[in-house]
Design a protein around this ligand. Structure first.
Ligand code: ZN
Ligand code: ZN
Length: 339
């Protein structure tokens, strides 16, 4: 997943637009790629990094090397509130006084996820049991995301967006595209005239973002995600600037690959249900994962795998391909007609 090894950061993409690279220590993702955009009377930063000293120092150094520093930052745009994008938002705000802009749906999650998570923890425990996680594992699984709270310095946005807004920054005019799926209020920024798009975690060059059902993300996240991918198919862009890995050019090809990936996963999940009935937990343990077997995963990865499995299973239910029912407080999936 290395980009061009020769690239140094800040890396100029074009006049007035830089790509930064901020490390995510001890994490297979390696780094996040914030973007720095020159405005008429100040600069805009898109995403930040984890709230850890290595990330802060790298961000500060690269801002300084670009001749910007915190003092000239006017705006912070956040694609979504996951720790690798939003973790340093509080620090950036404090150092620069920048206006922080986040989608409304993400803003609504800040309090329950990062400030007062107690209610979410108990809901999460019940939710995991409903999906078949044995009681002895629920405590580890439900608290597994708590350590990442330390990597977030939360700040409330000064402004929210819904999608569809235009944001003018110097020579650039960005359209805000609401692309739910990976996170309920994920946004991308399209520069139609200059033919590039900042895709956040929505579209990455080789890896696929986690699409999960979650007590705070009900409904049909995978359906939302696939619809968000399809909406981007019409875009006429020459550069795709994602938040991880590296920049790339062929957006349509990548969109098709990701759609294909989810089609294959859906087929695999159907096969895992077999002729009987299965919980989300059963299916998550049965299907293949590129990073190892389910039982070898850390509790945090297991929870991500369960969430991802459930997003696929509920997608199949909403499509009418699978049925689901609750028995003694546990939710099962089965193929229609297999009674
Ligand atoms: Zn993310
Ligand atoms: Zn990310």
């Amino acid at each position: 997943m290395t980009a061009d090894a020769e690239t140094t950061y800040p890396h100029q993409i074009m006049d007035g637009l830089y790509q930064l690279r901020v490390p995510i220590p001890n994490n297979p993702l390696g780094w996040v790629l914030p973007y720095l955009i020159e405005g008429k009377d100040g600069w805009t930063l898109v995403d930040s990094g984890w709230n850890v000293p290595e990330a802060f120092d790298a961000l500060e150094q690269q801002l300084n090397d670009a001749g910007v520093g915190f003092s000239k930052l006017k705006t912070l745009l956040v694609t979504h509130i996951h720790p690798d994008h939003y973790g340093l938002a509080g620090q950036v705000k404090e150092r620069s006084g920048a206006t922080v802009i986040i989608h409304q749906r993400e803003r609504d999650l800040i309090r329950s996820r990062y400030r007062n998570p107690e209610q979410l923890l108990s809901t999460m425990g019940e939710w995991l049991q409903t999906h078949g996680v044995p009681k002895e594992f629920t405590d580890d699984l439900k608290t597994s995301a708590m350590p990442v709270r330390a990597f977030v310095d939360p700040v409330d946005p000064d402004e929210v967006v819904w999608g569809g807004e235009k944001i003018e920054i110097g020579r650039f005019e960005f359209e805000v595209w609401w692309t739910p799926g990976h996170s309920p209020g994920h946004i991308c920024f399209l520069e139609r005239g200059k033919k590039f798009v900042l895709t956040g975690d929505h579209v990455l060059p080789t890896i696929t973002p986690n699409i999960s059902l979650h007590p705070q993300q009900q409904g049909n996240p995978l359906g939302d995600y696939i619809a968000s991918l399809k909406r981007l198919e019409e875009l006429d862009v020459e550069q795709v600037l994602p938040a991880h890995e590296f920049k790339f050019t062929d957006l349509r090809k990548r969109l098709r690959e990701i759609e294909q990936h989810h089609e294959e996963r859906l087929a695999e999940m159907m096969a895992a249900i077999g002729r009987g009935q299965a919980t989300g937990y059963d299916v998550a343990r049965k299907v293949k994962w590129v990073t190892g077997t389910f039982d070898s995963f850390t509790p945090w990865m297991q929870r991500a795998a369960i969430g991802e499995t459930l997003a696929h299973l509920d997608y199949l239910v909403i499509e009418g391909t699978l049925g689901k029912f609750v028995h003694e407080g546990v939710q099962y999936y089965k193929k229609p007609g297999n009674d």
